[in-house]
Design a binder for this molecule. Sequence first.
Ligand code: HEM
Length: 461
Amino acid sequence: MNSTQDLPLKTTTAKRSPLPPGPKGHPILGVMPDFNRDILGFILKCREYGDVVRARFLYVSSYFIYNPNDIENVLSTNARNFRKSMSLRSNFFHRLVGNGLLTSEGDFWRRQRRLAQPAFHRQRISGYGEVMVDYAERIATRWDDGEVRDIQRDMMRLTLELVVKTLFDSDVSGDADNVGNILSGLVKPFASQATLKWILDNRLPTPEHRRFHKAVGEIDKIVYRIIGERRDSGYDQGDLLSMLLQAHDDDGSQMTDAQLRDEVITLFLAGHETTALVLMWSWYLLAQNQEAESKFHAELDEVLGGRLPQASDLPRLKYTEKIAKEVMRLYPPAYGVGREAIEECEIGGYRVPRHTQIFAFQWATQRDPRYFDNPDAFDPDRWTVEFSENLPKYAYFPFGGGPRQCIGNYFAMMEVVLVLATIGRRLKLSLAPDEVVELSPAMSLRPRAGIQMKVESRRSA
Ligand code: HEM
């Protein structure tokens, strides 16, 4: 089946259009066993059925969409006909992030997004550059020449501290490992989003379930502490937390502590692991690509001449930015986005009954040979202006798109480039001997067991 590129998505009822093809799967479980066995492989394999593929998880009907035009229609052009997918509405996830920006819908979401948006404007974000560089330099100076470190853990800790410091002007360095461990442990239950647990929403009081609730309780304590301190001080620090605290509804009512808590945890979660993974995969890919690593070092030497970077250097750190883009193409932290059809509609000429779960996978489309030559190769140089301009808009969508596009995209790009430059200016990272990295897609695209890397001073390397 070929691409259905130019067919618009119609939100009118189209009863006679066919249902898309797809794997049959198990008579009861549907594709769940195949999906759980190898999530990334399954997603790629399904593309062989066409640009729109039907896959049933138990009783839940899902479509996988691979074509940039269809992805644009769902995420952007006809976004109003879709809400977030069922997996984000599970009790588990709700207990963690409540009604924060990532999960809320409708007028409530619109208001929260309006309130939070100014904290993410480019100008405001530039002001965070100094903290990003300071914190990155602090860890780089702590590492010993020749030491082997788990780079995933280091990057997770750094990005958590940064999101908390920049958006909430608070410090969790004492709690950072704890919060980080709790958060990453918390998302484990979503590891295979198609498990029975996800669909039946785990209502049973299993030990795992109890651990989950206990861990959320611990995070709550830290978050309520941050909110309480700020309410007590009454001081407007001009950061995101101050903005949210001061926001009024038309009737003068303000956000409750519980609403604030949901936004804070959402930003902890959405803002730290994703960025940490891009940093980690960058070190991993650079360590295996000599030519790219040499170009990276040459750019840092030329632009910085040995000093620390600052936000005003960003326009000249072009190659470093291309590294970040290419890393997010090959290892997109959010490797899929999901929606649910509110009303029956049509995608790519196929009928989409209401409540169908629709998934677009960055993992597949960003490695599609129709849009990327030599798609599995790490090649930052492919990101010329001309290439970017000619690429279909939704062939590359690491930050999603449309109204629900990542609010932190500039924040993340700036953080990745500045942290890479700060650490890469003085250090070189190589894979520890015999280190074999396996992918373990959970909520985000993680390695199964961290990545052990050897740190060397660039002068002695
Ligand atoms: C490289 C790093 C990041 C990646 C790859 C990423 C990816 C994404 C994606 C794909 C979405 C859209 C999800 C959907 O449409 O269902 C999203 C939404 C979101 N992201 Fe990010 N993100 C990153 C960094 C950040 C940072 C640093 C923050 C905050 C500090 C952040 C906060 C959010 C929030 C709050 C949303 C929900 C926005 C809304 O629906 O209004 N993200 N992100």
